[in-house]
Design a protein around this ligand. Structure first.
Ligand code: NAD
Ligand code: UDP
Length: 337
């Protein structure tokens, strides 16, 4: 399922080769980022506490000779001499970040602080994976970076939303007070291969339910909207942002601006999988944002970036991935039986 290492690498490392720390690099987005950075000829040090990420996501990178995987919780201080840092360490799926909300806030706030201190120590440029959740349940649509948001400070999503907002504050203050070169991207719902079958976010849930012919669980009436970005597009945006002039600190929205209702998404997944699943409705979770769509004018103008993969194409690739994962799970069960 994973590409053989020879398919990914390895031309001789270019002179511009850097040592790059990816915090949360064994997760869904982080593993794609590590892979792309190694493809570009960099050395990558990945740190992760494996709470939602998995060593298997990056196992294929180990034989490159350019990849190091360390178990580390970003809540604890870190001292690693690197040229650049990407901070992706934080559970991103609502059921996962709500499972231990205190640790989620600590991860965002203390994690940002520890990584910023490390960046200051070694004069490293640092990028923060922030989120569209900083806009909360937005009253401005589509969301522009200048919008301050509409966030409940003590609801079930607050550990994530407010943690990420505080991390943005720390990034800006380390830039102003300590001269650290910072980059902030606000990521809108991103999906693709290497999401966990039990991730709990809407695209992986619907695809896994459809492939198992289980009920498709729409929260509420399904009229709430999201705008879904394929992972390959997003990680390209990460690299463009990191390479941008020092004056561009962000925040910069990264996402696909084509908006769908959750009911429309369920329809597309059913059509593409040919599933016999029924649609059922479940209560809408507290503070679930009603609508979300990024205004990506800034990313287009400053980074020359925009997504290329349309939803139908990204869904096909993600469905193929989950078909392989579920088939492997079935094989394991048969072997045991
Ligand atoms: P993910 O849960 O797959 O990845 C998070 C990774 O961080 C995992 O490998 C996890 O084990 C690790 N991690 C969590 N807490 C940690 C800690 N305390 N110390 C060290 N490692 C820790 O989620 P993802 O979708 O890959 O998200 C990656 C980042 O991007 C997160 O910061 C998330 O907030 C942000 N983001 C993602 C999306 C999206 O749609 N995928 C949207 C907005 C923001
Ligand atoms: N959702 C849904 N069924 C599911 C999982 C999620 O209808 O099985 C809804 C969820 O309530 C939200 C939208 O899909 O309205 C996107 O949810 P997700 O957890 O993927 O991301 P977020 O809410 O953080 O944008």
């Amino acid at each position: 399922m994973e590409p053989a290492w020879n398919d990914i690498l390895t031309p001789p490392r270019p002179k511009s080769s850097k040592t790059i720390l990816v915090a949360g690099g064994a997760g869904f987005l982080g593993s794609h980022l590590c892979e792309l950075l190694i493809r570009k000829g960099h050395r990558v040090v990945c740190i992760d506490n494996f709470s939602t990420g998995r060593p298997e996501n990056v196992r294929h990178l180990r034989s490159s000779g350019a990849f190091t995987l360390l178990r580390h919780d970003v809540v604890d201080p870190i001292d690693l001499k690197v040229d650049e840092i990407y901070n992706l360490a934080c559970p991103a799926s609502p059921p996962h970040y709500q499972a231990d909300p205190i640790h989620t806030t600590k991860t965002s706030v203390l994690g940002a602080l520890n990584l910023l201190e490390n960046a200051a120590r070694y004069n490293a440029r640092i990028l923060q994976a922030s989120t569209s959740e900083v806009y909360g349940d937005p009253n401005v649509h589509p969301q522009v970076e200048s919008y301050w948001g509409n966030v409940n400070p003590f609801g079930p999503r607050s550990c994530y939303d407010e943690g990420k907002r505080c991390a943005e504050t720390l990034f800006h203050d380390f830039s102003r007070i300590r001269g650290v070169e910072i980059k902030i991207v606000r990521i809108f719902n991103t999906y693709g291969p290497r999401m966990r079958p039990d991730d709990g976010r809407v695209i992986s849930n619907f695809i896994v339910q459809a492939l198992r012919d289980e009920d498709i669980t729409i929260h509420g009436d399904g009229s709430q909207t999201r705008s879904f970005c394929f992972v390959d597009d997003l990680v390209d945006g990460f690299l463009s942002m990191m390479a941008s002039p020092a004056s561009l600190t962000g925040p910069v929205n990264l996402g696909n601006p084509v908006e769908f209702t959750v009911a429309e998404l369920a329809g597309q997944v059913l059509a593409l999988t040919g599933s016999r699943s029924r649609i059922v409705h479940r209560p809408l979770p507290t503070d679930d944002p009603r609508q979300r769509r990024p205004d990506i004018s800034l990313a287009m103008h400053e980074l020359g970036w925009q997504p290329r993969v349309v939803l139908a194409e990204g869904l096909k690739r993600t469905i193929a991935y989950f078909e392989a994962v579920l088939a492997a799970e079935r094989r394991k069960l048969t072997e045991v039986a």
